[in-house]
Design a protein around this ligand. Structure first.
Ligand code: AMP
Ligand code: MG
Length: 492
């Protein structure tokens, strides 16, 4: 039974940011039912999974019933979508039910996604469908297991509704857990309305919540910007190192916390292709794989613009100058973090001056050669163990690769420890399993037809992506030829 003390909420957003949200309720779902509960995450949130799974839990996760102590609300935000500014977006189908302090003492938002129309819904129905909700669950968990900063999901429920998308699909609600839902777009909302006092209030809140060590610092707003920039650089470096394409890096989907947010049209690359774009509406490839660092920087520029009056209230020219320099720095910081990741993927612990060239040479050799980005690095580790045949066999014509391989083996010799220990280190950072597009699709299609077994099996391998699991070969392979190019959709 869900008792009044099941959730111990501590709702800072509701208490400290009046005027930044609208108090709201979810829509009543006709027949809420829990499809999947994230038991490990429940425990981390100091919630009892058995209690959550009991009677009453489904209605809470569907948004039909607010738990005791909740102050459900919808957040206002704006955002640049594909480069064009919308002054009013906001939670069109999401509902913040409250904040919990987790077992590490960290404040986490509990937000429902798909719980019905809100004052920010515009022409949308406020709903979500089971396939899309399970997709967000799955990719979030996969990213978490890969070590990428990410929001996660606590529960998936079906509502009992049928929702019109490509056809009729089961309605569902995701319970999303995030360090916060503060976005670049939240700041843009108040900056665009020329309400600098509100931007300051929001910035002070963000500092208290995410960067409390800055609270008394005189240059705290600029320093906060730097910290957000550095976190985003790290997150995007990690995306690139695992071949993740977010697909809709609008400023309303970029967090202040650095967590990856909104798994709509995202996908992982199979063959290495800098231009990989999956979203059906990204015709120009704005959010293509190789463009993600540049877009993160662009978004950060939009963020710092909102902070200019706080950075130097008396001298806007100076504020612009220092902000511009800090935004420019992103490239150097990102490049360093990315190179660290790539070094580790190649088995290097030490830094050497030639490493960047070695990495870039490899990417040139792999470019559009139909080389699977994930399989490649595991086979390369096998190369360090003495089996060079398997990695060579990935190339139709290994001539250029053989030249590179020689340099890599020579470079690996500069490392301490044996080649075997370097190979083991590579296996700890290069996953065996990523959410392969065809496997994700297969799991979601089955779930939509009431068969959750493929979803559960996929979740099992993705939960430990670096360890090869017996009998799970099918999850390592890329899509069969017949699968064709993968297309993803927004707002599903
Ligand atoms: P997204 O592309 O999911 O980041 O959403 C962009 C904006 O559209 C946000 O304001 C969402 O709340 C809103 N939105 C997306 N899908 C829906 C929907 N089905 N109903 C209402 N609003 C939606
Ligand atoms: Mg969004």
């Amino acid at each position: 039974m869900i008792s009044p003390d099941t959730f111990v909420f501590d709702n800072s957003y509701a208490a400290e940011l009046e005027g930044f949200y609208v108090p709201w309720q979810g829509e009543r779902a006709p027949a809420p039912r829990i499809v999947h509960l994230n038991r490990d995450l429940a425990v981390e949130l100091l919630l009892d999974p058995d209690v959550l799974a009991s009677e009453g839990g489904a209605a809470i996760f569907a948004g039909s019933k607010a738990p005791e102590g909740a102050s459900p609300l919808v957040q206002a935000y704006a955002g640049h979508q594909f480069g064009s500014f919308s002054a009013q977006l906001g939670d069109g189908r999401a509902l913040l039910i409250g904040e919990l302090i987790d077992c590490h003492g960290v404040r986490r938002d509990l937000q429902l996604k798909g719980s019905g129309r809100t004052p920010f819904s515009r022409s949308g129905d406020g709903k979500a469908v089971l396939g899309a909700v399970l997709r967000e669950y799955l990719i979030g968990e996969a990213m978490h297991a890969l070590g990428v900063p990410t929001t996660r999901a606590l529960a998936v429920v079906t509502t009992g509704d049928q929702i019109m998308r490509q056809g009729l699909e089961p309605g569902a609600v995701l319970t999303r857990v995030a360090a916060s839902h503060l976005r670049v777009g939240t700041f843009q909302f108040f900056a665009a309305r020329e309400e600098p006092a509100k931007v300051r209030q929001l910035a002070d809140y963000a500092i208290r919540r995410h960067f409390p060590e800055l609270a008394d610092k005189e240059d705290r707003y600029l320093t906060m910007f730097r910290m957000v920039r550095d976190r985003q650089a790290e997150t995007v470096a990690q995306w690139m190192s695992v071949g993740f394409v977010h697909g809709v890096m609008n400023t309303d989907n970029m967090t202040i916390s650095g967590e990856t947010l909104d798994y709509g049209p995202c996908a992982f690359i199979d063959s290495y292709d800098p231009e990989a774009t999956f979203s059906s509406i990204d015709h120009q490839g704005r959010y293509r794989y190789e463009n993600q660092p540049a877009i993160a920087q662009w978004n950060l520029a939009r963020f710092v613009e909102t902070l200019l009056p706080l950075i130097d209230p008396a001298d806007s020219a100076r504020a612009i100058e220092v902000a511009t320099d800090e935004v420019k720095e992103f490239q150097t910081i990102y490049q360093k973090l990315w190179l660290e990741r790539m070094r580790a993927k190649l088995g290097f612990d030490h830094r050497e001056g030639e490493d960047l060239d070695l990495v870039n040479d490899l990417l040139r050799v792999m470019d559009r050669q139909d080389i699977d980005f994930t399989v490649f690095f595991r086979r390369l580790a096998d190369g360090a163990r003495g089996d060079l045949g398997a990695v060579r066999a990935l190339f139709n014509d290994p001539t250029a690769f053989n030249v590179w391989l020689k340099s890599w083996l020579a470079r690996l010799d500069h490392e301490d420890g044996s080649a075997l220990s370097r190979a083991d280190a590579m296996d700890r950072v290069n996953p065996v399993y990523i959410p392969r597009n065809h496997k994700v699709q297969e799991a979601l299609d089955a779930a939509t037809n009431s068969d959750l077994e493929p979803f559960r099996r996929l979740m099992t391998v993705l939960a430990q992506p670096f360890d090869r699991l017996k009998g799970s070969d099918e999850y390592e392979d890329r899509a069969p030829d017949g699968f064709g190019p993968y297309r993803t959709f927004c707002g599903t």
